[in-house]
Design a protein around this ligand. Structure first.
Ligand code: ATP
Length: 240
């Protein structure tokens, strides 16, 4: 168990794509070591929220802070240096490189060999299948294995906060369960998580609190255990 890192504060976040106001006055906090979920329908603004936090798209916010660090002044390429890891939607592993090379690319800011080897060992302990396949090309892995690789690569930089965009996308129920187990282990180790998902069941089980997003704005927030039984969430937002 590592000491929890600094918390994330997002206040008054807006994203525009030309005339599309995709994120409207989003507010959320991820306290140190907490796991927070963002759920909502297709196109609700979940991915845009994560990309905006990472500085990958133009955004405006009243506050965007990681502890004392003003993330509005941190370029996307330096987020990792501040302890923020990001697992993008669609995995984006390098298919023509071996699994281990993909993982090592995640440690490019940590060139000390013993340190890197310790991180590799931790990732392989979390995902034994990646150890078995470490010499295979990433493109030869199944969708679930590529998702594990994408998460493993983000962990190589030893983040204190991990942003995950739809890790369950396209995976079978069994593999979604495997992802849940991994997220629960990471959480138990003190890593803070911000999980964006369409899979409400996974999100409610992996997080303590959730934000339901509708048309780019937070429509409901509360403890995951409460929201999962809320008839409004189930009927209106999730179609359950
Ligand atoms: P999904 O689950 O499909 O990823 P989402 O909740 O993550 O959906 P976003 O991808 O953030 O939603 O999209 C929010 C809104 O912004 C949508 O109306 C979408 O069409 C629009 N949008 C997203 N990316 C762009 C872009 N590059 N250019 C223009 N509009 C965009």
């Amino acid at each position: 168990m590592t000491a929890p890192g600094p918390g994330l504060t997002v206040t008054g976040l807006h994203v525009h794509y030309g005339g599309v106001h995709a994120v409207r006055d989003m507010n959320l906090t991820v306290p140190p070591g907490a796991a927070i979920g963002v759920i909502g329908a297709n196109g609700a603004g979940k991915t845009s929220t994560l990309k905006a936090v990472m500085g990958l798209i133009p955004r405006r916010a009243t506050a965007l802070r990681l502890g004392d660090v003003d993330l509005l002044r941190v370029p996307a390429r330096d987020m990792v240096r501040h302890g923020v890891g990001y697992v993008p939607e669609g995995r984006h592993v390098f298919p023509g490189l071996p699994v281990e090379r993909n993982l090592l690319l995640g440690a490019y800011l940590r060139p000390w060999k013993s340190d890197t080897l310790a991180s590799l060992d931790q990732v392989y302990t979390l995902f034994p299948v990646l150890r078995e396949m470490r010499h295979r090309l990433a493109g030869a892995l199944s969708g679930g294995q590529q998702q594990m690789l994408a998460i493993g690569r983000a962990l190589m930089s030893r983040p204190r906060l991990l942003l995950l965009d739809e890790p369950s996308m396209g995976l079978s129920p069994k593999l979604v369960d495997d992802i849940l187990t991994v997220l629960q282990r990471l959480r138990a180790e003190g890593l803070a998580l911000l999980l964006v998902e369409q899979n409400a069941k996974l999100t409610f089980e992996a997080t303590s609190h959730c934000i339901v997003v509708e048309n780019g704005a937070p429509a409901m927030t509360g403890p995951s255990a409460t929201l999962r039984h809320d008839p409004r969430v189930r009927q209106i937002y999730l179609g359950l």
